[in-house]
Design a protein around this ligand. Sequence first.
Ligand code: AMP
Length: 672
Amino acid sequence: MGHHVTGLPDSIDPSEDVFPPPKRVQGGHNGCPKPHIGPDYESYLKEYKKTVGPDADKWWAEQANQHLDWIRPFKTVRAGGFEYGDVQWFVEGQLNAAYNCLDRHFYAHPDKTAIIFEADESGDSREISWGELMRETCRVANVLKEWGVKKGDAVSIYLPMTWQAAAAFLACARVGAVHSAVFAGFSAESLRDRVNDCECKVLITSDEGKRGGKTIATKAIVDAALAQCPMVEHVLVLRRTGGKVNMKEGRDSWWDEECAKVPTYCPCEPMSAEDPLFILYTSGSTGKPKGVVHSTGGYLLCALITVKYVFDVHPGDKFACMADVGWITGHTYIVYGPLAQGVTTTIFESTPVYPTASRYWDFVDKWKATHLYTAPTAIRLLRRMGEEHVKHHDLSSLRVLGTVGEPINPEAWHWYNDFAGKNQCAIVDTYWMTETGSHAVAPYPGAIHTKPGSATFPCFGFDLAIIDPQTGKELEGNDVEGVLAARAPWPSLARTVFRDHKRYLETYMKPYPGYFFFGDGAARDADGYLWIKGRVDDVINVSGHRLSTAEVESALILHKGVAETAVVGSHDDITGQAVYAFVTMKPEFDLEATKEDALAKELAIQVRKVIGPFAAPKKIYLVSDLPKTRSGKIMRRILRKVVAGEGDQLGDLSSIADPSIVDEIKSKVAGK
Ligand code: AMP
């Protein structure tokens, strides 16, 4: 088996447990379309080779011209590189993302459904046409203009899963404003920090949110956050529930009332391909979240072409990504990718288990969805609820089942394939991250034989290497394990960390000079398939939500009695990983007066308040000290092992200052 310079084998002959592309993605079967990329590995490889290496610019120029509408054409396909983090794509080009996501499809088919809004109570669901989405977007864009928002200004968006979130994103893009959406599960304090970091004058939110039969006090959270955001002048409030909220005189206005005052058309601002489209905060190794900045041209192109090629979307498809718009998956695969491609997208307000564990399948059956994209954590939850819930639905419209957020364990993969896919859909495990903007590793459904748990092969434009972290050198050939890196930029690479380019370079470009470092471990198996092994830094992945241990530690330390804390992630059957916290209290803190359980609860509430409910530790252990080296560095490795039940395999403990603490920690964790 020969190897191309790309590191990919010329052909594959995978041995055990592989799943060939099913008939539904091979075309010609019951009216199913022929795949864009197929029918085999060789057809994928042939196309892939055009997308990386020195001659790839031609391919990218063709894709950019074929798929996007440009106001002014580009001449230079790419410039810059990793070293200085000055990557540019489609340099002289001008375009507008909202035009590409709306206007051109509106002209072609104004009455076609742009968005399926699947409401928390299924009966409240509705379809939004391109016409309605276009008008709503234009109105919001005009309101932003009335309020003085100009090209380059930041606008924060704190919206639950309502269809108008898409209009809010696109309204910003239309006037050239840079949106900064904050996941509506974040607390007031997290929202405050993100609003202050991007220094926006305008924030868009709703009165309340609905999820799983519960009402969320969205506006009240905004009010608490904005008490410490002096630069915010205007808040636009969508009426989602009609619940009673406080409206601050002079600052807060109702969405419907403002929109009624402005015209239903707003021209698109011409933007340079390299102008920022949005900022999205994500967790890194330190406590402070990073504002990852994405470009207009390169980002939009990759969002669109991955919807087309990786999900093999065709006209008339109904694409349903179940993520939240507040995360990168929602940005790329609810809003920008499907809408730019002109395909019907979905905003799903509810949860997979409301009102019953049949919710996804009721949804697919009702709308005849062709694509479902969710996270392993949801699949594991549904698997635990039993097959009964998925057995009695007509799911024959489905062709592709996607997963994202963390490595999918083979049991969950099989369940997804057997029960949701009924062995007739392609399972597409997509590995990527906020910083890549779009899929980095995934099986092209009409071409690749899948293996449960492997994201398989690189996506177009991703020239990937596995690096030995000890030597910093590439590991060539098959059967190797190291860390994942990219040899060259792709168009949807994040361009910087907002106002902290140094951190951008240090996090991604400096660890392995000449490469982009993903932060994940990866292996290439004997057949050349890629397996993602999870984060190699201090990032924990809880239900696909990225959290840094430092963030949780900084939240805990704010409690007046806490002296020191160390947070680690460990396996959890449903959420993938869970947060485990070890805490020591200040000597003057009266532990006797507060029961340990009550204190642990108080500390969990503290984390919910500072970050958000999803970050709350699964367990908080109060200990008399933390394991430290003689120089005082906390040895998280030991905590990680003890929590994982590997307390008898701690290895060399000679560097630990006080070995007796390890026994105390072991018995705490064992519940003794
Ligand atoms: P985020 O930037 O929040 O999307 O988180 C990105 C991180 O999630 C990656 O660095 C991976 O650790 C993890 N991740 C996402 N998708 C996958 C996948 N399909 N397989 C393995 N890990 C994944």
